[in-house]
Design a protein around this ligand. Sequence first.
Ligand SMILES: [Zn+2]
Length: 65
Amino acid sequence: MGESQVIRIMCPNLSCQRILAVPSHARGKLVRCRSCVTNIRIPMLRDPSLPRNLGPRGEPVVDAA
Ligand SMILES: [Zn+2]
C-alpha cells in the first residue's frame, strides 16, 4: 500500500486536548473530534518556503502546535 502515514493533532478544545490520529490524506480537510465533536482542520504539509495559508473563507488556519 502507499501512504500509511498518520498525523497526530491535538484537539484545540482546551477542555478536551485529546490527541487525534488521522490519516495523512486528511490534510486540508476537517475531522471531528470523537471526544468533544469539535471540527478540526488538518493543516497541509508544512513548507517553510510558503507563507501561511488562509482557509477558503479567508480565515487563518489555526496551527495546532
Ligand atoms: Zn476534542
